[in-house]
Design a protein around this ligand. Structure first.
Ligand code: BGP
Length: 489
């Protein structure tokens, strides 16, 4: 029951949640630098100065900068992503710890504004390039292959504030310049790339919001179209620059179940899956929109800006492999729901067969097997699970040890689920657990929502030494990798 030879065990982080160093090495600001911390029930806020000079803060989801306002770092707030867990200065130590665990692959992302501080520069910032080159060399020294996410939620702030961000077609060109610089500068050092992290997020957020308007849907579908074209162009360029490059998509993978056997629920579930999951993967793997896309657009009177050249690009820029994050399953129903899940980024009816984390996410390893088998059957390209894990509270004992059996149990169940999917024929290349070292939570901005095998001494107020220490799960995962997934005890 071993995993295939060469299976890529490892872990994952993102630049804005791990690196910090927000004003070092010539880096420009990103939206995450004006985003405060939150909790499971209070949203993260974006801060700005309005046209009359007032200090303001508004929830980050669905945020639109008011007329005449400017994004601003305000002294009365704490911004957890500024320093994050200081990967900027600790990457050698962190990579050595990943090497000690036996990682074959480390998934990280390139901060766009570290390479292109405003997004408009013609050439990348040399200091930023040197930083990542050194990081890749460090990985190779430790026997680790990089898996690089080109965009992980951090468009340069300048593009957001002055150029309309992803609502503007011109952002495609800026992204393509950024991606091309990555392929050129890191040629030979990196062979596995992902164009956009959780590209389906915009539609998922809107779909979860009962107050979303047709205009919100139209904006989300339009923005996604521009990102699909940007991704497809990047894939073409990445292949042309180095034929050894393998380039994948990355979908926020949620397994959807109907809450009842009412046929109306079965149909609603299928439609939810099309909208939230297949819509993006189909374009990126098949190179064209699914047959159901017209229905989705018609539901909200969406009239997309799509050119003939876009369609050509989509068909030429299909990905080599499909990756996804997996944290939970969700229920769909047309019936009135009395027992609701309340968490961040989780909604709908509670599934009585599952346990929920302290942040309201359903632990469901069988749902991972279901997702893997469904995705492989649909796409017939290699898959990778590039995020999976349990955000939980950790306690540091007096002697400094950290006992996290709940995390080990979670990983054991999910690794067994992957094994079953492989036995059933799924071509799975690798597994990178999320937040292999504790990082700032993307959803809530908290430090106390921890995923790591490695603990970082840093709290929600920005207090802590940033010292790293090994949790029990560190030693367990090391054994799992050494036995290629056989020893899960
Ligand atoms: C995904 C993101 C990651 C990550 C993870 C866990 O959506 O790709 O950036 O953080 O979810 O989410 P959270 O940090 O909110 O627990």
């Amino acid at each position: 029951m071993a995993f295939p030879d060469g299976f890529l065990w490892g872990g994952a982080v993102a630049a804005n949640q791990w690196e910090g160093g927000w004003q070092e090495g010539g880096r420009g600001p990103a939206l995450t630098d004006v985003t405060t911390g939150g909790t499971v029930d209070t949203p993260r806020m974006i801060t700005y100065i309005d046209k009359d000079g007032n200090h303001c803060a508004a929830p980050s989801h669905g945020f639109k900068l008011p007329e005449g306002a400017k994004y601003a770092v305000l002294p009365e707030y704490h911004y957890p992503n500024h320093d994050a867990v200081d990967g900027y200065h600790h990457y050698k130590e962190d990579i050595a710890l990943f090497g000690e665990m036996g990682f074959k692959q480390f998934r990280m992302s390139i901060s766009w504004s570290r390479l292109f501080p405003t997004g408009l520069e013609k050439e990348p910032n040399a200091e930023g390039v040197a930083f990542y080159k050194d990081m890749f060399k460090e990985m190779h020294k430790n026997g680790i292959e990089p898996l690089v996410t080109i965009w992980h939620f951090d468009t340069p702030m300048y593009l957001e504030e002055h150029c309309g961000g992803w609502n503007n077609r011109e952002t495609i060109d800026h992204y393509v310049r950024f991606a091309s610089a990555c392929f050129n500068e890191f040629k030979g050092l990196v062979h596995h790339w992902l164009t956009f992290n959780e590209i389906n997020n915009p539609i998922q957020f809107i779909d979860m919001n009962p107050h979303a308007t047709d205009e919100d849907f139209a904006n989300a579908y339009q923005l996604l179209h521009y990102q699909f074209v940007a991704s497809a162009k990047a894939v073409q360029i990445g292949h042309a620059i180095d034929q050894d490059n393998k380039i994948g998509c990355m979908i926020c993978g949620i397994t959807w179940y109907p809450a009842t056997c009412d046929p109306a629920d079965i149909l609603a579930c299928r439609h939810a899956q099309e909208k939230n999951i297949f819509y993006c993967g189909d374009v990126q793997v098949f190179g064209e929109y699914g047959t159901y896309a017209t229905r989705l657009w018609n539901d909200h009177d969406v009239d997309l800006d799509i050119t003939d050249q876009d369609l050509v690009d989509l068909s030429l820029g299909t990905v080599d492999f499909y990756t996804f994050s997996y944290y939970m399953s969700q229920l769909v129903t047309t019936h009135k729901v009395t027992d609701m899940v309340s968490g961040n980024f989780s909604a709908g009816a509670r599934n009585e067969y599952l346990k929920y984390s302290d942040w309201g996410w359903a632990t469901d390893a069988t749902g991972l097997q279901y997702y893997l088998e469904t995705a492989y059957d649909r796409y017939q390209v290699p898959l990778m699970v590039v995020e999976n894990g349990l955000g939980a509270y950790d306690t540091v004992e007096e002697d400094g040890s950290i006992h996290d059996p709940f995390r080990i149990d979670y990983y054991r169940e999910h690794i067994e689920a992957m094994q079953r999917a492989i036995d059933n024929g799924v071509d799975l290349w690798g597994y990178t657990t999320w937040g292999c070292i504790d990082v700032v939570s993307a959803g809530t901005g908290e430090m106390r929502k921890r995923y790591g095998f490695i603990y970082v001494d840093m709290d929600d107020e920005g207090k802590g030494s940033m010292a790293r220490s090994r949790k029990d799960s560190f030693f367990w995962y090391k054994k799992v990798i050494a036995s290629n997934g056989e020893d899960l005890a």
